[in-house]
Design a protein around this ligand. Sequence first.
Ligand code: PMP
Length: 405
Amino acid sequence: MQDVLNIRNYFPGLSQKVHGKPLVYFDNAATTHRLQSVIDAYSDLIISSNGNVHRSPHYLGQMATKSFENTRDKVQEFIHAKHRHEIIFTRGTTEAINLVAFSYGETFINEGDEIIVSEMEHHSNIVPWQMMCERKGAILKVIPFDDEGNLLLDEYDSLLTERTKLVAVTAISNVLGTINPIEKIIEKAHRKGAHVLIDGAQAIVHKKINIQEINCDFFAFSAHKMYGPTGVGVLYGKEDLLEQMQPYQGGGEMISEVTFKETTYGNLPTKFEAGTPDFTSVASFSKAIDFINSIDLSACISHENKLLRYAEEKLKNIEGIMFYGTSANKASLLSFTIEGMHPFDTATLIDKLGFAIRTGRMCADPIMDHYGVQSMMRISFAPYNTFEEIDQFYVALLRIREMFS
Ligand code: PMP
């Protein structure tokens, strides 16, 4: 792969100091750092292409529309979708899932229908389905996982029934790191006639995604977890489903014609993109895709895996440490607790030493309940992280441990 130090140069945020200490950024599963090229594109576009997309006939509006729509093409190509109008821009994964839960729910779900999620979902892939089930009188079922963090596929088989309408699972858990066998999950659901939504928020930078090969019906992800801007997400949906689904929000640009008697809706994708989108951020997102296309993703994933193994080997020497998520098929994040060290206090103290880590319930209460813990700490890696940073983290943890004892 490209030299790690070389890759770091593309991310200006990594070379800063926090609390007077060089930053060690281990919170990539929450959000990655932004590329300089994304920042440059944003600050250029906000001046040179500052006209409202799809509406303004003037030069700046045309430039904005062009860069916005070019990004749609780029996303289509990046995930290998069949049609460009299957790409809907949202504010993030959360909004993409809410869109499906509402619009698919309104169109296809009746009382007594069943939705399946897994026990390891992020709240954003649980709560929208609960809301939809409540609205429509549908039933939510849950695929459990074992203590290593593997989904119990036999249980999944028995949850799938003739009444299952949709299965919504994450491709990679943001707490356990488990890489779920989504192809198998999708195939089983399709055999029963159910549709599948994949939460790709974590997977999008840790896996090559070919939507047509995966053959899911919906796929959601966020630009900010792939070195891109905040406030931008993508919903991929299969054309025939999106065509049939009710719009999610009403407003400008999503219509064909409006009268007080009747309103007709526009075609895909605008039917699902009401109002002015964050078009400058969307356009700058294309630079993040360019970057990912330019690097050797397999080499990056291999580097991240080495970091993970190295961190596990190092940290397991700490007395009282407990890891959560020990599946053999795991992405580069490590969640843990250490006896006698409160996660929040530890994260606060270690922040003072320059280390950015995640702590808390990680928007996944059911996972905390599974293990009977209140909270955890998590370190999560990107290709720009180094073995030296892990060494420094280990030393810092030991230092804090001494403070606690
Ligand atoms: N799903 C998973 C697996 C996630 O990790 C996250 C972000 N932590 C989300 C959904 C929600 O993403 P966003 O906050 O960007 O909408």
